[in-house]
Design a protein around this ligand. Sequence first.
Ligand SMILES: [Zn+2]
Ligand SMILES: [Zn+2]
Length: 316
Amino acid sequence: MASTSREDRESSSSPLKRVASEPFASRPQNGDHSPQPTSTAPTPKKCMRCSKPFFVQDGVYQRQEECHYHYGKLKWNAKRKSQFFECCDRPRRAGGCERADVHVWKGLTFVNNKHYFGNIVVTKVPKRSQPASVGLPSTISSSFPGVYSMDAEMAFTAYGLELIRLSVVALDGRHVYEAYVRPDNDIVDYNTRYSGLSARELEAFAKKSLKEVQNDLMGFLSANSILIGHGLENDLRVLRMVHQKVIDTSIVFLEAGPNKRTSLRFLAKRYLQKDIQSSRFGHDSVEDALTCMELMLMKVGQDLTKTSTTTTISSH
Ligand SMILES: [Zn+2]
Ligand SMILES: [Zn+2]
């Protein structure tokens, strides 16, 4: 079934579409900091959308095959006593309601993706004269290493998910960094439903390389900075960045049980009475980063109130 999504409409008319269609026939265009993977026997990948196996070797799709998938979850319908997809209200065995040119994979596990081993940056312990942190309230010393919240948007290349946009907000909510990024490898799917970026928009805005973004971040983050995010490991992976002082709202707010992460959208509604990610044009990384910061400020405020109440009671 032909899709009428914005993603398909826009990508079919974009100049980037021509580039995106080439990985099936040519080598990928690697940038200067992207390692050339060694040639190995192809291992099947599992499409993260439709679960079908497909083959990619050294960044080249071995066969072009359309992906038909459901972007919504399967939900139990008590009245009909059966499961239905929330995207199209079709039953469990129904074919996908969305179409994409290729199958896609996350590729975010280092072990399964040698591509991710190259050019990883590690935040450094600051020397004595730490530069002033960006976006600090004036009441905080300039030696303060900073508390930031970040959110990355990603698109698919043959190597998996890669960074296309990064937003960072500071402790006081100021939007302190924004970058639109051209991945080193050809994009095969813009992931517009989630990334919020179409081929045309990325063509217009994306000026930076991943390496430039890494350099920018190293300019104001140190190993002592606190980074907040939701499912932050994925953001750090596409950034190829190692940072240890992290607070992940998907772990702090374990609403559904120890191994079940709750969506940021749900947390925003529940704790901040805020509707986010409701646009059909995708997520907004600034809004998501700000929401994570607000959630943590709320949580810390609550914890401090509890602590001071406990201290007051026990001191009497
Ligand atoms: Zn569907
Ligand atoms: Zn698929």
